[in-house]
Design a protein around this ligand. Sequence first.
Ligand code: ZN
Length: 631
Amino acid sequence: MIIRALADAARHLDVPLDGYQVKATPWALTLSPAGRAVSLVPLELTGADGKATPIRQAVPKVTRTVNVAPQLACDTGVYAIGMARPPAAGSDRYDWAAPGARDIECHAAWTQMARDWAASLAEPDDGVQALLAWLDSGRLGLADVMPEADADRRALAIGNVAIYAQGDPGPLHLRPSAVAFWQAHVNAAKSHHRGPCSSCGRESALVDTFPTGVPKRLVPGAGQATVALTSANFATSSRDLKITQLANARICAACALGGVAALTALADDRNHSWTGDDARTVWWLRSGAAPSIFSLLDAPPPAEDVRRIFDQVRAGAPLDGLASLDDEYYALTFSGRGPRLIVRSWVDTTLGEAALSLAAYFDDSAVARIGQPERQWQPLWKIAKSAGTRRTKSGTVLEEAPHGAHDALLRAALTGSSPAQGLLACATARSRAEIGLAADEPHAWRDREHARACLVRLILNRSPQWKGRPPVPGPTLDPDNHDPAYLCGRLFAEYEGLQRSALGSDVNATITDRVYGKAMVSPLMVYPSLDRLGKAHLRKLRTSGKEGAAAAIDRRVTSLVASIGPIPAALDVSGQARWMLGYYQQRAASAARAHAAKEAKEASAAAGLPPEPGDTTEQQITSPTQTRNQP
Ligand SMILES: [Zn+2]
């Protein structure tokens, strides 16, 4: 369950102890096993300049106003040793051994807390036994170790004294049982009942409200400086999210504190968190290992590297960071609603399963980029945003992912789920809406359209299978795919290339500018005019001496038209998505062909050979409408 997994994670993280603060602790009292004061000396560090400064360490944190409030096992001389409070004016006579009524009350409260701690221990602790024996004996040996100087006694009464068991280098108040006891004590006020903690199983004071929260900056949508977790919201949010074993979260203070500290540390660590527009996801392994494969989602390397990494995963080889594939893997997605933290989804699996899901995600979403075939993915957050709106406001470009898109993609990557089909409609609609960018902001268009192609291919690959479902194209142009929608997209890209070859930049509005959207939704509506225009462009190519190019294009167009058969009158969203991929991959293939032709030509020129006659229709690999004339 979530809290237990988080509390476990806290053990591997360098998180500050809740309920403690780092303060000067100028004195150390050492007790023998039998409970006799052995020494009471200053705890100091001597610097290079020879100056001594008191040691600083974590001590239990209390807020004292007029109340009596003891700190467990480490406190001022008044509380811990039972000394008198020194008089305000330094010149008055001071008898440390004559405490007032209030001083006695303070020491009694401190003593009682030490006894309560001892009583809470499951196993006896020699150090705690020594402390109790010392208190029971009336503080045996104290007068012998009391500092001589009046000034030291006054300082001791109001300075922190840490207590050590003889031979043990660590103070009593930082023992794990002391920390657990103190944290439970701090939170006892917030707790209404005791019972077995559903996380650690220990009988302890349970919390309804988590004693600390996660900072707002780490919780998308949070409305307050600190976002509170409650055991109730872990329980209720589980209902529609298939979280098991969370029916009634009963959580002890120690688990709650550890859980919140771990969640905060993970959310603050870029290697362990992803932020979408409206949610954050943190992941961790039970062992505390941190293999780097999960960072591939936000920074995908070239295809060859991705495939090599996942070949290793499939072969069962251990991952970097020495993580075993059997390690437990957790991912928690959350957001804020007002002052509350809301659990959006929860993944609880093994590292091996998560890594295989990741491999499948990369397989399913790969699409070779136009002009850079080795680049086959975009960062996950860019893929999410490519399906949302893009606008420019006062010179700043604002891109917004559809609600929940980032979260859905992460789950698709980590669990193999299918993102909502609604994203397919978003992606195809944005592809149509943004085709104008191809001319106006070609860099933005290439990035976003490539990301959309990845998204579309992922969703198509994970759509329900049924008999006769059109095959999903591979990462690069798929010559064996005879799906009419895919072929129509390819055909449109060929007509676009033909127009560019015939007219160059001498055109006001290309076919892409005018009918890209229509051609994707209703191919038959635009086909007759594309066919007519295409024939005119072919004539122009031939009359301008480019017979070879004209013949090559004509051959490809004729072959595509023959494969399509009847041109579809209308395409549904899935068909539009396949059309989109056809168009994109045909353009990528044409760009690759042009690039190869150019290299061959340069190679021949370098070798002093005459250029080979060939298809030179794709010399320009820039966007189709980039160089058009302004009307
Ligand atoms: Zn617990």
